[in-house]
Design a protein around this ligand. Structure first.
Ligand code: DGL
Length: 264
């Protein structure tokens, strides 16, 4: 049996989650939708963003009839999972800041969370910290720039290291002689910057990317066994909500994920 999945993000960052789903379940039939007409979500106010995503998701579910939807976006997941679950009978797998594993992993007890301004402000995120990182000092950093910078890097554009460094530096702190040792990548775009982040970081830290755990969750929700050796790599389709064709520079990225760029 193959699963039909709709994987959704504001942009191309959600491909970091799709890549892991592909690895664990190569046979999945995937439609990837990037809501580039509304990108970036990070600076939207909560109410209009929620209304926008709920309405768009209604149209996408009508069109693709997926078995499950993966919201591969922290800014959306920390906001819209409850209304989506109330409206649709299919499972929604969200992506929320990996604060729990980061708190478990940290030795110094000083944890950084890199996110969009929207994710940083959400009650959902604050609640994760209250529930799972009580004993840690958590520095939440909301950046409007980092997701667009990640998209530029993915398009192969030259991005100045100083611009990235300015966005991540506030997550590197020292509290009572202890330094940040673990940083949560709480936006699905950021794993695509990992090489740059490692090179630019003021000191080495453990970066937490939740993609693998999310892919495992997809399998468990659909009661599917992992099939990492599956040879049946189905071609998926990737759509942009702007209705424009995919930029030529992104074709290699889509191809590496087994996706064909389509017009929505
Ligand atoms: N990829 C999205 C996330 O995980 C956010 C990027 C944006 O639209 O600001 O939060």
């Amino acid at each position: 049996m193959t699963a039909r999945l709709l994987v959704f993000d504001s942009g191309i960052g959600g491909l970091s989650v799709l890549r892991e789903i592909r690895r664990q379940l190569p046979s999945a039939e995937i439609a990837y939708v990037a809501d580039n007409a509304a990108f970036p979500y990070g600076d939207w106010d909560a109410a209009p963003l929620s209304d926008h995503i709920v309405a768009l998701m209604g149209r996408l579910i009508g069109r693709f009839a997926p078995d499950a939807v993966v919201i591969a976006c922290n800014t959306a997941s920390t906001l819209v999972l409850p209304p989506l679950r109330a409206l649709h009978a299919i499972p929604f797998i969200g992506t929320v800041p990996a604060i729990k594993p980061a708190a478990k992993r940290s030795q110094s007890g000083v944890v950084g969370v890199l996110a969009t301004p929207g994710t940083m402000k959400r009650d959902y995120t604050r609640e994760l910290i209250r529930s799972f990182a009580r004993d840690c000092h958590v520095r939440l950093v909301g950046s409007s720039e980092l997701a667009p910078l990640a998209e530029a890097v993915m398009r192969g554009a030259a991005v100045d290291g100083a611009a990235i460094r300015a966005e991540i530096e506030p997550a590197f702190i020292e509290v009572d002689g202890k330094r940040t040792d673990t940083i949560v990548l709480a936006c699905t775009h950021y794993p695509f910057l990992i090489d740059r982040l490692e090179a630019i970081a003021p000191w080495p830290v453990t970066w937490i990317d939740p993609a693998e755990a999310i892919a495992r969750r997809v399998l468990s929700v659909l009661s599917l066994p992992p099939d990492p050796d599956g040879t049946l790599l189905r071609t998926g389709q990737a759509y942009l909500t702007s209705g424009k064709p995919w930029p030529r520079q992104l074709m290699p990225v889509l191809a590496s994920m087994g996706l064909q760029g389509e017009i929505l």
